[in-house]
Design a protein around this ligand. Structure first.
Ligand code: V47
Length: 360
């Protein structure tokens, strides 16, 4: 189908800043990497020049005990797993305080779906962090976790979202989106929040005047058309709410999980996907090359293929690193800044809502 679309007409349409439909989105993959890169780079440069955003953040993953079994996940542990853990409030608070004292502006708190710890374990941790560090931005609970809590405690999504706000959560991370196509989703993470559920939770969050991010897990069993479908569903919601700050394509990590993927993406396909999301998602301000899954090297190149954000220093990360990513320890600030500078871009430290804090 995509072969029927004239490549030069498609290229011209992108240059004219006209919105592309689903079929044209898929056809973008037929353009060569350099054409796509130039198109995405022009959009990126027209918005941000050579600025590349990052923040000083700390990822906290407080429990790995999960009632769900997502085939791609190497992080979760069943209750019988010897490597299971659940942090106490005191431990979570100490991590947050320590990071705050060392310059972190954001804690990114994402856990597994642990049915044993109780709602107060989730919410109380946020309250305690907010009380101790009022200026520390709390980005917490994916839509998948919101859905889990609502099912577990027989509450509506609205009630869980209100409880998050009352407990000090400032924004929501983009996790749990995986791939929206229902057939692929059923195969890779059956039982998790549905695609419609994920989108509706973010819709409700945005209706409360709050911002969030959106991810897409790619490079496993999905096809190009599924990625385009995913992006278009997000673009539609963004038209409605305007509440997404950033889109984050997460490159599938292959180790220690049940998804037996034989062929992995080439660097070209990953870069094409960054470029395509910059082109298609005309209404989402930022494209984040999350270095933990793309590798630092490819994230730096992605800056020339549409990405304007590199996430943050992270400090410690357990979800992707369990599946093979090199993010178990983050990046030191001076190293991160040096890498961005050496790649020809201007490192801009931002806060969680993309207000510029410092140019390095
Ligand atoms: O939703 C799990 C992903 C996500 C694997 O909002 C994997 O700023 C790759 O959402 N290979 C959680 N990915 C992380 C996340 C995130 C990360 C960075 C920034 C933001 C943000 C959000 O981790 C899950 C899932 O898609 N994940 N296993 C894996 N094997």
């Amino acid at each position: 189908m995509s072969r029927m679309i004239d490549k030069s007409a498609l290229t011209q349409k992108v240059k004219n800043k006209e919105r592309l439909n689903r079929q044209e989105g898929v056809a973008l993959y037929d353009l060569d990497l350099y054409t796509l890169g130039a198109l995405a780079d022009a959009i990126r440069k027209s918005r941000y020049g050579t600025k590349s955003y990052f923040n000083i953040n700390r990822h906290i993953n407080p429990t790995n005990i999960c009632k769900d079994i997502c085939k791609f996940c190497a992080y979760s542990a069943s209750r019988k797993n010897p490597s299971q853990y659940t942090l106490s409030h005191e431990e979570i608070l100490n991590i947050a305080k320590n990071s705050y004292e060392h310059g972190a502006k954001e804690v990114h708190i994402v856990s597994a779906h642990n049915p044993e710890v109780g709602l107060e374990w989730y919410m109380g941790a946020f309250r305690k962090i907010k009380e101790a560090c009022p200026d520390l931005h709390i980005k917490a609970l994916t839509a998948a976790e919101v859905n889990f809590l609502s099912e577990e405690y027989r509450m509506s999504h609205d009630e869980v979202l209100d409880m998050m706000i009352n407990s000090g959560v400032d924004s929501m991370p983009g996790g749990g989106a995986e791939i929206f196509d229902e057939q692929v989703r059923d195969f890779i993470c059956k039982g998790k929040v549905t695609s419609e559920g994920w989108l509706d939770i973010h819709r409700k969050w945005h209706q409360r005047g709050r911002m969030s991010n959106a991810t897409m897990l790619f490079g496993h069993i999905e096809e190009r058309a599924h990625r385009i479908d995913h992006m278009i569903r997000l673009r539609d919601l963004q038209d409605e709410t305007g509440g997404f700050n950033a889109f984050i394509p997460l490159v599938y990590q292959r180790d220690n999980n049940f998804l037996k993927v034989k062929e992995f993406l080439t660097g070209q396909e990953i870069l094409k996907t960054y470029a395509i999301c910059r082109i298609l998602l005309d209404n989402i301000p930022h494209i984040k090359a999350y270095w933990a899954t793309s590798t630092v090297g490819l994230a730096l190149i992605a800056q020339e293929f549409g990405a304007d954000d590199l996430d943050g220093t992270i400090e410690k990360e357990s979800i992707q690193s369990a599946a093979g990513a090199a993010s178990s320890h983050g990046l030191k600030l001076d190293e991160f800044v040096g890498l961005i500078k050496n790649s020809g871009f201007e490192p801009i430290e931002r806060d969680s809502l993309y207000r510029e804090l410092k140019s390095y």
